[in-house]
Design a protein around this ligand. Structure first.
Ligand code: G6P
Length: 613
């Protein structure tokens, strides 16, 4: 969703901000803009569309150079994507400019009051209400701009990550956060503000994470942070783990393909120091302090959104099978509003790639408020969910830039697999011999994924046959039911092809009515405990003239004559199948999207990190 990058220092700011915006493109957006301070004036440029259009406008209009500025990519919430609604927004006198992520929920009340006082609104955004509110507070109280911003924020209901610059103070950048992530990048004689680390890594590794309700006054030679309630704070400086290579395409045409291909290494990183074959054990350092509680948990509730919710479903199967602890999986967005029943011995585990998804973060807070312990399975180090949960496990998958999640999904499933192994050891629900067999199978996975990825060409060829199909059905059972959901989600997200995922047996309760030879049906038909049933479902589709693609074991040729295409994956133990069966589905959706001319990494309307509810 919306992205912020802001700079104060001695570098030329236009290029720096535009490069920063490019690094934020992956978050999803529909317009972009920037404001720089030069010759005691604000120079604002805003454009609907891609950052490239802003770049062009800046070149054509000879935007003045500066060493102070704020920039923004907007994902429309209030008001359609347009030049006027794009950020930054300025006050009527044009002496300060503001960029905003989040939603000002009481903007209509604020707007009405401000209009009564004579303020004229140019845009349809909620953000403009905040700009005029700051202006109003400043006029009424004669406070400095940072103080007026702070006071105005006490009147705001909703979420914000903001950056503000003033035409009257060339050594001032203000940043504040509530609910929308924001961090400071700390340099030598220069400082940055950004909504995530992507625009910062090429400049500095040192960052300060702002917490909710904090405001920073940033200057070239330092920064002060206080609470919105005016309490001075000492902030810790953290070291970023990302490096520049990780957020660049590295020779691949798209981030998504790069990230699919990175999966074997990402899985190895995830297991490193955790899967200890020689000791026949799993070590999850981040959970040491809560392991007693976890072992005794009455119930585990997994909360997540999107792809992370699919990995939670795999987690449910894994944890219940291996540990016999009851597991529930909840959409984070539903969990919070249905007054969930929670007990002290419930463990809530939030699963999130970004660690910033608003609903998942809210679910963590809800769980904690109701007395449960909340854990995080998160990829982005230092993200809000990582910081607010009581303990957790990082994926160590590296930055995921493509909007469609791929290596984070397999990373999450791997963490949940390791957790199931660890808990089964703690609870004595798995024999030592069986555990050794399982751990060895886990260790063998990255090479199996490598082998699968070698079949990329084959899948690319197959995609050509299906590129014009407008509807797909994905079916799987057991551990592969969540994979069917994930396969369908991948296709619809990036190819805009309608796709449904279903448990294979449920097909007869609805989707079978849709079956024609024009709707490819993808069966995940591995030779596991559900194979015979799934094979019958395949027969049922074929009997209705359906067109079937199957994913099955490398040496299973039973389906060859029945199906139009067979995608083969290496064998593994049943509980690990999702980590292998999802890979051809990721590749299929990738190639379909490329063939259909879609914007693979930044699909329309979608955001990488959904920071509003
Ligand atoms: C968005 C992204 C998805 C992601 C979901 C949850 O919809 O486009 O790829 O699965 O958010 O995000 P999270 O960062 O919490 O895993």
């Amino acid at each position: 969703m919306c992205g912020i990058v802001a700079y104060i220092g001695d570098q030329k700011v236009n290029d720096l901000l535009l490069t920063g915006l490019k690094r934020l493109e992956y978050r999803g957006y529909d317009s972009a803009g920037l404001a720089v301070v030069a010759d005691d004036k604000l120079h604002v440029k805003k454009k609907e569309g891609k950052v490239d259009e802003l770049v062009e406008a800046i070149e054509t209009d000879h935007q003045p150079e500066s060493t102070l500025g704020i920039a923004h990519t907007r994902w429309a919430t209030h008001g359609n994507p347009s030049d006027v609604n794009a950020h930054p927004h300025t006050n009527a006198a044009g002496d300060f400019a503001l960029v905003h992520n989040g939603i000002i929920e009481n903007y209509d009340v604020l707007r009405k009051n401000l209009e009564e006082k004579g303020y004229e609104f140019k845009s349809e955004t909620d953000t403009e209400a905040l700009v005029h509110l700051i202006d109003d507070v400043r006029k009424e109280t004669d406070l400095s701009l940072p103080e007026a911003v702070r006071q105005a924020l006490t009147q705001v209901v909703g979420t914000y990550g903001i950056a503000v610059v003033s035409a009257n103070d060339p050594d001032l950048l203000i940043a504040a956060r509530k609910g929308s992530p924001l961090l400071l990048g700390v340099g030598e004689g220069e400082n940055f503000v950004a909504s995530d680390a992507a625009p910062l890594v090429e400049h500095t590794r040192k960052v300060v994470y702002l917490n909710d309700g904090e405001i920073a006054t940033v200057r070239r030679d330092g920064f002060d942070v206080k609470t919105i309630g005016d309490e001075e704070l000492e902030k810790e400086i953290h070291e970023l783990e990302w490096d520049l290579g990780q957020i660049e395409k590295g020779g691949y045409e798209h981030f998504m393909l790069k990230e699919i291909m990175e999966q074997p290494n990402a899985l190895e990183e995830c297991m490193r120091g955790r899967l200890l074959l020689e000791d026949n054990t799993v070590h999850l350092g981040g959970l040491t302090d809560v392991m007693d509680e976890l072992r005794e948990a009455e119930r585990i509730i997994l909360v997540a959104c999107g792809t992370s919710w699919h990995s939670a479903l795999v987690g449910e199967y894994l944890i219940e099978y291996f540990t016999r602890i009851p597991v529930e999986v909840e959409y984070a967005s539903e969990f919070r509003y249905r007054h969930p029943i929670l007990h002290e011995d419930d463990m809530v585990i939030a699963i999130s790639q970004s660690g910033e998804t608003a609903d998942t973060l809210a679910a963590v807070r809800e769980a904690q408020d109701r007395g449960a312990t909340a854990l995080g399975v998160v990829n982005v180090v230092g993200s809000s969910i990582a910081r607010e949960t009581d303990a957790g496990v990082y994926l160590h998958a590296g930055p995921e830039i493509g909007v469609a999640s791929t290596k984070a999904f397999t990373g999450q499933v791997m963490v949940l697999t390791l957790l199931a192994m660890k808990l089964s050891e703690e609870r004595g629900t798995l024999s030592k011999e069986k555990r050794a067999e399982c751990l060895q199978a886990i260790a063998d996975l990255p090479d199996k994924v490598r082998r699968e990825l070698e079949r990329d060409e084959e899948i690319a060829e197959m995609s050509k046959v299906y590129r014009y199909a407008d509807n797909f059905l994905y079916l799987g059972r057991g551990y592969n039911f969540p994979v069917a959901l994930e396969g369908a989600l991948k296709l619809k997200e990036i190819s805009y092809v309608h796709a449904e995922g279903y448990p294979a047996a449920e097909m007869k309760h609805g989707p079978i009515a849709l079956v024609t030879r024009f709707m490819p049906v993808i069966f995940i038909a591995m030779k596991d405990s559900t194979y015979d049933k799934v094979k019958s479902n395949i027969e049922e589709v074929i009997a209705r003239d359906g067109s079937v693609i199957a994913i099955t074991d490398a040496d299973n040729h039973e389906l060859d004559d029945m199906c139009e295409y067979v995608m083969r994956v290496p064998e593994t133990m049943e509980f690990l199948l999702p980590l292998l069966t999802v890979v051809p589905l990721q590749l299929l959706s990738y190639h379909m999207a490329v063939l259909r001319g879609c914007d693979v990494d930044q699909p329309r309307n979608l955001a990488k990190s959904v920071t509003v509810e």
